[in-house]
Design a protein around this ligand. Sequence first.
Ligand SMILES: [Zn+2]
Length: 74
Amino acid sequence: MADFGLDATELDIPCPQCGHETARSIGRLKREHGLDCGGCGRHIDTDAEELEHQVRAAVQRGADLLAQQLKRLR
Ligand SMILES: [Zn+2]
């Protein structure tokens, strides 16, 4: 499969402590090994590889769904 280059993809990371969502790109999460919450300042450890895997899976599901809809239109 083609590489989507997800490093630039921004995700809203919810804080487990206060629920504040902080936007971070996957590339930055990889470099910084997580992030500090924009709400309460707590450090949140993220598994960027796992997040990237989940985004890839979601993109694939979206593509499959679109393909199904296009078939129905024929
Ligand atoms: Zn927080």
